[in-house]
Write a protein that binds this ligand. Sequence first.
Ligand code: F6P
Length: 342
Amino acid sequence: MRKIGILTGGGDCPGLNAAIRAVVRSAIGTQGWQVLGFRNGWRGVMDGDVSELTIESVQGILHRGGTILGSSGANPYHEGGIERVRAAFRDLGLDGLIVIGGEGTLGAAAHMTGEGLPVLGIPKTIDNDISGTDYCIGFHTAVQIATDAIDRLHSTAESHHRLMLAEVMGRSAGWIALHTGLAGGADMILVPEHPFDLNEVCAHLRARHLRGHTFSIVVVAEGAAPAEGTFELPDYPKDERGFTRYGGIAHRLAPEIEGQTGYETRVTVLGHVQRGGSPVAQDRVLATRFGIGAVDLAARDGWGRMVAIHGGDIADVPLQVGAKVRPVPEELYRVAEVFFGY
Ligand code: F6P
């Protein structure tokens, strides 16, 4: 009987529990394997914080947000923990490890593959920017949460004839901002892939108001940046892992836009609300398919790979060290652009 481990690492997102449930159900129910759950991402592997998962232990979690395993940004390569990871494989008699994570967590897994450890990945991040897959677990829920917020901002913006800046997550790619802006009818969307010129943004907003509108909604990705030489953003702080901690760009832009346009402006930063709570149906289905796909991959000894979805079909691709972030396609931006300033 095979013995596999599972962990969830990095920022949490809705749908992780659905993936854990699917892995456990398939590994035990279909393959007859044993499954060990590591707590708090790579931290649990390094510290031996692990317990057996059973079909009963994953009952009733499909619709629940967060992760029953807990999560952390721990990375064995940042703290000399790789020998402890090797020891965990050896001592527990693990045949393989399914790693559910984003850039950092999967990056560590990719390194381990290079060192011969049997690991495979499931992509998750509300930012939806992992290369090699069309969608990641959590993205659809974040878009729904942010769209609901934009709908609510619309009615109050309209009553008060205000300009609303809604800041959404998206460090390096504008997936949430673009999808939310399209779904919520935003009048302007700022994304990291398209450095913005504040004068142009204000010109679009003025043009819209000259057409008779008395309010506007602007969606801003947290990682959006001004075109060089147009406007200075203060440096963002770094967290303990050295990752930039974004957040606050909308607060920085609001007084500038208000000053230039004369429209009363308010800011809403959605923050971690986008990562919390129940997954929408699409994320439950995607996570379930990824979980089953990961066990199938393990059964084929597809270590060193990551499950993915391509055009609606489950696929798998190599795990990559420092994989390039997947930007939003230009076509999607052009669709959104049609609505800027109207
Ligand atoms: O990677 C997902 C993400 O939600 C980013 O959009 C955001 O910048 C980051 O996580 C914040 O993570 P935390 O506050 O948990 O470190």
